[in-house]
Design a binder for this molecule. Structure first.
Ligand code: MG
Length: 412
């Protein structure tokens, strides 16, 4: 069996509710009639770089190669490209890796989870996103999520006075829509840590009053604090028993997690900005985190993520693989297959792909009552409507720039 053709389609799902921004999608064709594999990379704000790397530098090496040799292909891209896996290469390799696993499953007539060792559980616990411009609005969202069936909910609220610069809050998106005259690449929002640090404990006090212990609660700091600031926050949140506190400090300052660990028992999750096992390895071995959040489409694909899970298992570190819509639908399906197979699954962020995106990608994991189930059809179990996919062309995407009151740069 040989690979005969590789195509990259950069599609924009930004106008599909719940669809996410641009996604570099890969189709690998083989010399076996009808046997093709689909995968996707990610990297919002750098999607075209991922696509170009695949098209210009990686795909030519694969024409004529045996698609069954996934590990060998992964090693070739990691080691023979010389510069090692940065974010762009890790995402490009991920797209190809997911497509190769899709081919392997279809050829074997087995679902991906079966190739990875079979199911370790019957359903996948998910968490949804509740956010608002105010604490009252956020509580409404939390209760709505609970009533829909979520057992776990990530809770974010706009920082008073800095609604547009807040991460994950309703005010952020709303404010962006109010500035049509400013090019998206030059939009600047302002944010300050002190009012944020004062607001979040009040938010969780109110949320616990409303929901009691009926749901698990999570929160994402989004890398915005210093080690001692987030230590204060994590301690203040201890009475509300968070499932985990996510991205407490910038990824460059891994040693800052030691400061945090000295001050709190709030569980810690990190990893969505990592691109390999090498970045997360010292955090697992050092017992500095409780949940690892690398993403299939940003971190070398299924081949790398299953190794990360294996490394984490004896240290009792669990998975919470990143899963917002920008991880892409095919990688998301691959992630849920992996969630089913690994023994140390923790929780899965819910993208909740819906409507048209489920018509373009038929067979995505099905969500019900707080849990995912997964297709038992061969490979990823996802059929792609190519005509409708090609009708969703790339649309430029830029993260906003966040600055402090004094004009200095703040992590977004
Ligand atoms: Mg995060």
């Amino acid at each position: 069996m040989k690979i005969t053709h590789i195509e990259v389609i950069v599609a924009s799902f930004a106008r599909i509710p719940g669809g996410g921004p641009n996604c570099p999608i890969v189709k690998i064709t083989t010399d076996q009639p009808g046997l093709v594999g689909w995968g996707n990379g990610a990297l919002s704000g750098g999607e075209l770089a991922v696509a170009a790397l695949i098209e210009q530098h990686l795909a030519p090496r694969l024409i004529g190669a045996d698609p069954d040799r996934i590990e060998d292909i992964w090693q070739m891209f990691h080691r023979s490209t010389y510069w090692r896996a940065g974010r762009i290469l890790a995402s490009a390799v991920a797209a190809l890796d997911v497509a190769l696993w899709d081919i392997k499953g279809k050829r074997a007539g087995l679902p991906l989870y079966s190739l990875l060792g079979g199911k370790s559980r019957d359903k996948i616990l998910t968490y949804g996103h509740a956010s608002g411009n105010s604490i009252d609005q956020t509580i409404e969202q939390v209760l709505a999520h609970r009533d829909r069936g979520y057992r776990a909910i990530r809770v974010q609220v706009a920082t008073p006075g800095y609604e547009a610069g807040s991460y994950g809050a309703g005010g952020s998106r709303g404010a962006r829509r109010e500035d049509p005259d400013i090019h998206p690449s030059r939009r600047v929002h302002t944010w300050e840590p002190t009012p944020y640090l004062r607001t979040i404990p009040k938010l969780f006090e109110r949320v616990r009053q409303e929901v009691g212990d009926s749901v698990e609660l999570l929160h994402d700091v989004h890398d915005r604090l210093t080690p001692i600031q987030v230590s204060q926050l994590a301690r203040e949140l201890e009475p509300y028993h968070l499932f985990f506190l996510e991205d407490p400090i910038p990824v460059e300052n891994k040693d800052g997690l030691r400061v945090l660990r000295q001050h709190t028992t709030t569980p810690i999750a990190i990893g969505e900005r990592f691109s390999s096992k090498y970045e997360v390895l010292p955090l697992i071995i050092g017992q500095l985190i409780d949940y690892v959040r690398n993403a299939v489409s940003k971190s070398g694909g299924i081949t790398e993520l299953r190794k990360i899970a294996t490394i984490a298992e004896p240290f009792q570190v669990k998975s919470a693989f990143q899963g917002p819509a920008d991880v892409g639908p095919l990688a998301y399906a691959a992630t849920v297959h992996l969630d089913f197979a690994i023994p140390n699954f923790g929780i899965q962020e819910d993208s909740h792909f819906a409507g048209e995106i489920r018509e373009i990608f038929q067979g995505l994991p099905e969500w019900s009552d707080g849990y995912y189930t997964v297709s038992d059809r061969p490979g990823l179990g996802v059929d792609v409507d190519e005509a409708r996919l090609r009708a969703k062309p790339y649309a430029p995407f830029f993260f906003p720039v966040i600055r402090r009151e004094d004009g200095s740069i703040q992590d977004p």
